[in-house]
Ligand binder design. Structure first.
Ligand SMILES: Cc1ncc(COP(=O)(O)O)c(C=O)c1O
Length: 503
């Protein structure tokens, strides 16, 4: 029996039973051997796709005895950048590069170069970093309801390295606040199954129990189930605006009202929506309120490096007030290295990224973001309309601009593989099996939406006529979704990370 057959036979197992059986099975030599062989096969597929330069450039295992010339280095990097940029420039990539216009990138690069030595840890040396960061936080806070209501006048925040760090910071703050103010030593977080994996990471890192809440038929979290999950150890409820997998906005008002009633925190993960929803609302689209105008929302994550069109490496975590933000800050008063204090997980930080984030926000302005949002929503409408005419494929729920595709009749992962062969780089998802495209400014270029629709149509028709491909990643996705032994999947993912770090 191979892993695929085992998955099919045991997919009914509840997670705790699967974990128990897996632990036992891994001790049987024949099973251990089979797992090792399956892992090796999967890793080989992944290694092939992740190391295209293996035979193209010299490998450096240790320092060169004397320095290589700058020209050679620049040459190599230019070659690699050129090889890698065609796909995203032409709008074949889901998410990833959100603006991508050459002039915008060149401008941000100039700002980076001017500030490349700046480190916000040393605000005495670089007061400009403090100005840039404070103003970015203020601009983002005002986008999300600061001062709109009497209860939202004290919204404040911090700059982090990305959505994950913003979420980690917020979750740590809730854990520490609950311990300090309510004596909670076994904290729990109520989180939709569709919330980003960063919340799982926060739970692992900070010892918080995660209570996962299912979604309903519209791909929004089940509010009644969230209500039932709250107990005396609950420190925070989470909702996404929108979710990464299906691009759906959770019922943020209902969830945050629930949190308010129980006097616990509520976090809106607006990493994807932070620079889209406020502008879509202004443009007159039907967008629910998700920010600090709702009295129950106590923190938010908003990614400047996504639809804020800043360079990669910044996000903003917002808090309702400074009292809550204080639980995020770190101070060390007895270190021989002096009095130490830092706001986020890192110590030294790239001030240049904060500067280029500030520059992105200021040069885009409200008008720029309104224009960008309008064109992304119009592109989404075009694709939604086009997909209606493709039999065998459907969009999950009623998303705005992140569209997840599934099928009741063809293997959607085989469609995904074929789209890959047509140069598309889309996100494979599971539970349920689907893939998505997060539409960005790259997709608003003329002809891109039409190309997506016609490629999708062709790929679906091909899979319908030729089902059961054993090539590509489709079988890997299939097993990864169905195998009840999640430890095995986790082992494969760790091996994949080993591969990425292989020279
Ligand atoms: C909804 C949501 N939250 C959080 C994150 C994590 O952001 P990052 O990859 O910047 O850490 C993402 C990333 O795609 C996201 O879509």
């Amino acid at each position: 029996m191979n892993i695929e057959e085992i998955s099919a036979k045991l997919s009914w197992l509840p997670p705790s039973a699967a974990r128990f059986i897996e632990k036992r099975m891994k001790k049987i030599p024949a099973v251990k051997k089979m797992i090792a062989e399956e892992n090796a096969k999967t890793i080989q597929v992944l290694e092939h796709s992740s190391k295209p330069y293996a035979n193209k450039f010299e490998k450096h295992y240790s320092l060169p005895s004397s320095g290589i010339s700058r020209e050679i280095i620049l040459d190599e990097i230019t070659t690699m950048s050129n090889l890698e940029s065609g796909r995203w420039k032409d709008g074949y990539v889901s998410g990833g590069i959100y603006h991508g216009d050459a002039e915008h990138i060149e401008f941000l690069n100039k700002v980076y170069a001017l500030q490349s030595q700046s480190n916000p840890l040393h605000s005495d040396l670089f007061p400009s970093a403090s100005k840039f960061e404070a103003e970015v936080i203020s601009m983002v806070a005002h986008l999300h309801g600061k001062g709109k209501e009497s209860h939202s006048k004290d919204v404040c925040g911090a700059i982090t390295s990305g959505g994950t760090e913003s979420i980690l910071c917020a979750m740590k703050s809730y854990r520490d606040r609950a311990r300090e103010e309510r004596g909670i030593t076994e904290p729990e977080m109520v989180v939709p199954v569709t919330a980003h994996a960063a919340f799982d990471k926060a739970c692992q890192y900070f010892g918080i129990k995660q209570v996962k809440i299912p979604i309903t038929a519209d791909y929004k979290v089940d509010v009644q189930a969230a209500k039932r999950a709250i107990n005396n150890n609950t420190i925070v409820i989470v909702g996404s605006a929108p979710t990464f997998p299906h691009g759906i906005i959770d019922p943020i008002k209902e969830l945050s009202d629930l949190a308010l009633k129980h006097n616990i925190g509520f976090h809106t993960d607006c990493c994807l929506g932070g620079f889209v929803l406020p502008f879509a609302e202004k443009l007159g689209y039907n967008i629910p309120m998700v920010d600090f105008r709702l009295p129950g929302v106590t923190s938010m994550s908003v990614d400047t490096h996504k639809y804020g069109y800043a360079a990669k490496g910044t996000s903003v975590v917002l808090y309702r007030d400074e009292e809550l933000r204080h639980y995020q800050f770190f101070t060390c008063t007895d270190w021989p290295g002096g009095l130490y204090f830092s706001p986020t997980l890192a110590g030294s930080r790239p001030g240049a990224l904060s500067a280029s984030c500030w520059a992105s926000l200021l040069t885009m302005g409200e008008e720029g973001y309104l224009r960008a949002t309008k064109s992304i929503f119009e592109t989404a409408a075009k694709i939604k309309e086009g997909v209606k005419a493709i039999p065998d494929v459907k969009i999950l729920g009623e998303p705005d601009w992140i569209l997840a595709f599934a099928s009741d009749t063809v293997n959607i992962y085989e469609v995904l593989d074929l789209m890959g062969k047509k140069n598309w780089n889309l996100n494979g998802l599971h539970k349920p099996a689907c893939f998505h495209i997060a539409l960005t400014l790259r997709h608003t270029q003329p002809g891109v939406a039409e190309r997506f629709i016609s490629d999708l149509k062709e790929c679906v028709a091909y899979v319908k006529a030729n089902p059961g491909s054993k090539e590509g990643l489709a079988p890997v996705y299939g097993v990864a979704a169905a195998l009840p032994f999640r430890g095995m999947i986790s082992d494969i993912l760790k091996s994949y990370l080993d591969v990425i770090y292989k020279v």
